[in-house]
Ligand binder design. Sequence first.
Ligand code: ATP
Length: 300
Amino acid sequence: MPPNSGRPAATAVSVIEEPAPAKLNLYLHVTGRRPDGYHLLDSLFAFADIGDRIRLRPGEGPSLSVDGPFASAAPAGPDNLALKALLALAEAVGRPPGVAMELTKALPVAAGIGGGSADAAAVLRGLCRLWDIDRRDPRIRTVAGSLGADVPACLLGAACFAAGIGDELTPAPSTAGLPVVLVNPGVALATPDVFRARTGGFSAAARFDDRFDNPSDPRGWAAALRARRNDLTPAALALAPEIGEVLAILEDPEGCLLARMSGSGATCFGLFEDHAAARAAAEAIAARRPGWWVRPARLL
Ligand code: ATP
């Protein structure tokens, strides 16, 4: 095998599959507002080992088909961020967008866990593999930022602090292995509605650089997060009172160290002592509320 042939030639690729992990905001402080109306944030993004999946087939396309439990809630046509990502990157790097995409939509839509942004980022990662583009190529970052404020963080796919409108990223202490349970009560919340419903002032930035003895120490993380909030929770609660019930039910089981809402809601997460406790809590919550979306997961 010749040198530099660590990956197969692009022409040999028949299908590329990329995970689109769920995004969580472990805390989210609204620190200000720009003159153009965008809010400034200080947030800690983390990613879970559950999410959507995207498959890319070079040749025909551009096209997108969507399957999975939440397929009917996601836009199927040109409004889908996966398709927008394909077209935007093809244009930026001067490639024909001849790719047929299949998206399995496993994450609830308009749920505060970044489904659309995660899908767009997964498409960008997949296209980098398919078209043999270095992921650090500045065009990738530019396209990601143009698709949405959360897409650059999803492209990174690892715990990071975000400033600005959510797109100025700095690495955060590793969250790998932290056991969580995600719960969504089946209420879609549009992010702009939640920001509009927000009242009150602004918070200070609150990033930290604690290095926990064990990077996956749930108690150390819970202590750090307890001193921080999601500033969008009161506004989301006013629009979707079910969130109050989700937080109360999550905090109840043995082993839950902390429960918070993610993003603009309505999905909330509980941070657990260990994965067995998270699994048991998820089973108990799903039994009590069969209509809710409930998933145990580990952070990446
Ligand atoms: P965030 O946490 O980044 O604010 P979210 O989880 O609240 O995002 P999404 O699931 O990304 O919200 O959906 C927001 C909107 O994006 C939806 O109303 C939907 O119409 C649109 N959208 C476009 N593409 C997708 C996609 N691939 N998956 C889900 N929603 C999409």
